[in-house]
Design a protein around this ligand. Sequence first.
Ligand code: ZN
Length: 76
Amino acid sequence: MEFLCSFCGKRRGDAKDWLLGFEGTKEKSVVMKYTITLLGKWDEERASEPNAVHFCSTACQNNYVYKNYGDDTWAA
Ligand SMILES: [Zn+2]
């Protein structure tokens, strides 16, 4: 299975130190809120889960979260 960085599109190849996160929705009363959970490390088994997002670096992870979630929805 091949993974691409969800922010810059770089191929993972044999690179180490990639980061994994999971996106989902949380229902808050009537409002659906998109959330992201950052694993802070790579997990080969969970990397192929359908809601997984992959990052080649902390910088890409931060940029992605900022771009998609703004800075009020951090959920580590
Ligand atoms: Zn990247």
